[in-house]
Design a protein around this ligand. Structure first.
Ligand code: ZN
Length: 236
């Protein structure tokens, strides 16, 4: 249930910046890959996702990387839920910004063309040999680019790779612009994402919508229930 106090914080905000994580998309049927059981199948030899999604794995074991990504990360039939939709409406009206860790494209599907995709997007793919864009449908059929046999990859930030400069700049601008920051569905332990909060205005308020407390310093209000329920009750 949305409390009056929380609604007031939203109503009084000049600019809201949302920071979202995997918990926003679980209601759309996208599991957090860290908890997916398929991970422990013999095929992946019990290797941790931090390796399977690393630059090293992509370079040294590209076939294993491809199998893992294809089987565990792509959910093309998933639909945005009320969280994506409410945030998209606020962003499109200019009242809010969104920085997401999610790579599932659901914010864009919900109509949000302002989103900062901090870790990239699975549905943008390119050939690592010639840099050419490749349709993700083609990537699902083969990991090799048909014109030059280069290895295709999704445009996501792998472990061991850096966040793009433009994503960092846009994120910092969004954080600095906010008088209300809302962190949703993330344990807030992944850096540099979690470090973005250090760029907030000294008087910016901070609301956390997550089922467990997060290490984010001075929190104005925490909502510990279901994020979908919270956003369904949010007006305006
Ligand atoms: Zn190519």
């Amino acid at each position: 249930m949305m409390t009056e106090n929380l609604q007031t914080l939203f109503d009084q905000a000049q600019h809201i910046t949302f920071m979202t994580g995997a918990g926003v998309s679980t209601a759309s049927g996208i599991p957090d890959y860290r908890s997916k059981s398929g991970l422990y199948s013999a095929k992946f030899k019990g290797l941790p996702p931090e390796y399977l999604l690393s630059h090293d794995c992509f370079v040294q074991q590209p076939e294993m990387f491809y199998d893992f990504v294809k089987e565990n990360l792509y959910f093309p039939d998933a639909k945005p839920n009320v969280i994506h939709e409410k945030i998209a409406a606020l962003c499109q009206s200019g009242r809010a910004s969104l920085i997401t860790q999610n790579i599932d494209n659901l914010d864009r599907t919900a109509g949000n063309d302002q989103v900062v995709e901090f870790h990239g997007n699975l549905y943008r793919c390119y050939c690592s040999k010639d840099g050419e864009q490749v349709d993700w449908h083609d990537y699902m059929k083969s990991m090799y680019h048909d014109t030059d046999h280069g290895i295709i990859r999704p445009d996501i930030v792998l472990y061991g790779e850096s966040i793009s400069e433009s994503a960092l700049q846009r994120s910092m601008a969004a954080i600095e612009a906010a008088d209300l920051l809302v962190i949703v569905g993330t344990s807030f332990k992944v850096y540099p994402f979690a470090g973005l909060i250090n760029y907030r205005q000294p008087n910016a308020k901070l609301v956390v919508v997550n089922n467990e407390p997060i290490p984010a310093g001075s929190v104005t209000a925490q909502y510990s229930g279901d994020a979908e329920t919270f956003f369904a009750g949010l007006k305006g």
